[in-house]
Design a binder for this molecule. Structure first.
Ligand code: BT5
Length: 248
């Protein structure tokens, strides 16, 4: 299959692949630039959190996209990458991770991968940099809510093998981000895969903590939660799944 859409730059060590690709995007780099590293000295999560992985254990990668999708539908770009990661992991390990809104891949309740999407303004128009970290061979044991593909599935997947598979999946999903009809398809694929839908949830946002039941995502990929019979929509937030009986 043709993967020429992607140009992969490899670093043995770097501060953050997202930071590097963002600099390239600001300087006008075209869609398809990919940075991958064996180690990050300043890996970032959302909201100024850190992302840490021991050297040569994880896929640490960022891709530069310039899709036609509006910046307020950033979550659908995250969805495309999450779905690509999920399918790639399933093909290589024969186990399918759950997607948790907004940006996690889980085995059980343990996080095996996280995604960070950021919008960058540039003279060539807005770019979206999507970074993902996947714990392939091991994970820092201080993260008690984390796991690796090796621990969860028993399969050792080399980060470079996983990247190749992810890019093949993105070749299929990326075109959906350019047309309204594609976004509709993407949203329904996302809905089918999100374990967050139908679950009791606790959603933490800068405005506070809300409890309810996940009912879906809207046309922009934002989470819709039934809170005491009223639908509330969340564009950002951290979600904890709460068992139904704990809810009642
Ligand atoms: C994320 O943030 O999950 C987004 C992670 C994106 C990382 C990639 S790596 C390549 C690219 N370059 C970057 O600099 N970043 C991207 P969030 O949902 O905020 O989760 C962050 C939280 O996950 C941290 O506060 C830790 O508690 C936890 N964490 C850190 N490292 C982890 C790991 N390796 N596995 C599981 N959890 C981890």
């Amino acid at each position: 299959m043709d993967t020429s859409r992607w140009r992969v730059e490899t670093f043995s060590s770097i501060d953050s692949t997202n930071t590097w690709v963002e600099e390239q995007a600001r300087a006008g780099a075209a869609e398809g630039l990919v940075a991958r590293t064996d180690f990050q000295t300043a890996g970032r999560g959302r909201l100024d959190r850190v992302w840490e992985a021991p050297p040569e254990t994880a896929l640490l990668c960022s891709v530069l996209l310039r899709p036609a999708v509006a910046a307020d539908s950033l979550q659908l770009v995250v969805a495309a990458v999450a779905l690509a990661l999920r399918t790639a992991v399933a093909k290589l390990t024969m186990r399918t991770p759950d997607l948790k809104w907004p940006n996690d891949l889980l085995f059980g309740e343990k996080k095996v991968a996280g995604i960070l999407a950021e919008v960058v303004a540039s003279a060539a128009g807005p770019a979206i940099v999507v970074g993902f970290g996947v714990n392939c061979l091991s994970v820092d044991p201080t993260f008690t809510q984390a796991t690796s593909l090796a621990a969860a599935t028993g399969v050792d997947v080399a980060p470079t093998t996983l990247l190749q598979e992810v890019l093949l999946e993105l070749d299929v999903l990326r075109p959906l981000l350019d047309r309204p009809a594609g976004l509709v398809v993407l949203r329904s694929l996302y809905l089918e895969s999100l374990v967050t839908v139908g679950q009791g949830l606790q959603v933490t946002t800068p405005a506070g903590v809300v409890e309810g039941v996940g009912v879906g995502v809207d046309e922009s990929g934002r989470l819709v939660v039934d809170v005491n019979g009223q639908h509330q929509v969340f564009g950002v937030g951290d979600v904890v799944h709460v068992r139904a009986q704990e809810q009642l």
